[in-house]
Design a protein around this ligand. Structure first.
Ligand SMILES: Nc1ncnc2c1ncn2[C@@H]1O[C@H](COP(=O)(O)OP(=O)(O)O)[C@@H](O)[C@H]1O
Ligand SMILES: [Mg+2]
Length: 255
């Protein structure tokens, strides 16, 4: 297989998604989007239910192969690689709905995520993620399924961090979690970004996304409808309103 030649306008150290098209079933769920994700910063991807956010995540993670487009990291196009290769290339993904292995202990969840790492590296990684989530320390011998939703989300994030990713993609950080729990996760996400990891934070509800990110993409119906600073969305809420309630929908329900 000959390596693809990288476009010359890629930014060094960034994760850049070009013209991504995702099909789910028979439907085009993502219709050619561009995302540029900076290292060491939080980039938000917001949008209503069904906008195509999760399909984008699955495409980045290699769980569903994109039908078109490129995902550039370090001069390599990751499209077509297996999920495991993509993880090793430096992209950790936290899937929607804090998916931990419920019957396994927290420790085993972390070990599973360590994949083919040496024992020494695995232990070092466990220490590293426990420093970020100290409350998981005492939960190590417990079945992950017995933890609270917030702690399960911590385990899911810790799993994605086990292989020291350069980018962390989190699909719906706050979904199903009480605001007090989300508030505990926020400084940890900031800390992760401050450590140099580029975070792509996917959120259906935008308040959190706007509060945390330096750059926001909003998706509606498979396309990027906003690409810019979070401040503008806070100042001009009608931009978000249009993205979440496209005019044709409003007309359809007689608004
Ligand atoms: N497994 C699937 N099979 C068929 N269609 C799907 C599947 N998953 C999602 N879709 C459709 O793809 C579109 C985008 O969904 P999704 O990417 O989950 O959006 P979001 O995460 O923004 O809510 C929606 O119209 C949804 O119904
Ligand atoms: Mg989703």
């Amino acid at each position: 297989m000959s390596a693809k030649i990288a476009p010359d306008n890629l930014r060094e150290g960034w994760l850049e998604i070009r013209d991504l098209v995702m099909v789910r079933g028979t439907k085009k769920a993502v219709e050619g989007i561009e995302l540029r994700i900076a290292p060491g910063k939080i980039t938000a991807l917001a949008g209503a239910n069904g906008a195509g956010k999760t399909s984008t995540v699955l495409g980045i993670a290699g769980v569903v192969e994109p039908v078109f487009g490129e995902i550039w990291l370090d001069g390599r196009d990751l499209v077509g690689m297996e999920p495991d290769e993509i993880r090793r290339a430096g992209i950790g993904t936290v899937p929607e709905g804090h998916q931990v292995l419920r019957e396994l202990t927290v420790r085993d969840n972390l070990l599973v995520a360590a994949g083919g790492m040496s024992r020494g590296d695995t232990n070092a990684s466990i220490e590293r993620v426990l420093a970020l989530f100290p409350e998981l320390k005492e939960k190590l011998p417990q079945a992950a399924g017995d933890l609270s939703g917030g702690q399960q989300q911590m385990v899911a994030i810790a799993q994605a961090l086990m292989v020291e990713p350069r980018f962390l993609v989190i699909d719906e950080l706050s979904f199903g979690l009480a605001p007090t729990i989300v508030a505990r996760l926020v400084p940890i996400i900031r800390k992760i970004a401050d450590s140099g990891i580029g975070v792509l934070l996917i959120e259906q509800f935008t308040q959190l996304a706007l509060a945390l990110s330096h750059h926001v993409y909003v998706m509606s119906r498979g396309r990027v409808s906003y690409d810019g600073a979070p401040g503008k969305l806070r100042d001009e809420p009608e931009i978000l309103h249009r993205a979440y309630f496209p005019v044709s929908d409003a007309e359809a329900v007689g608004l």
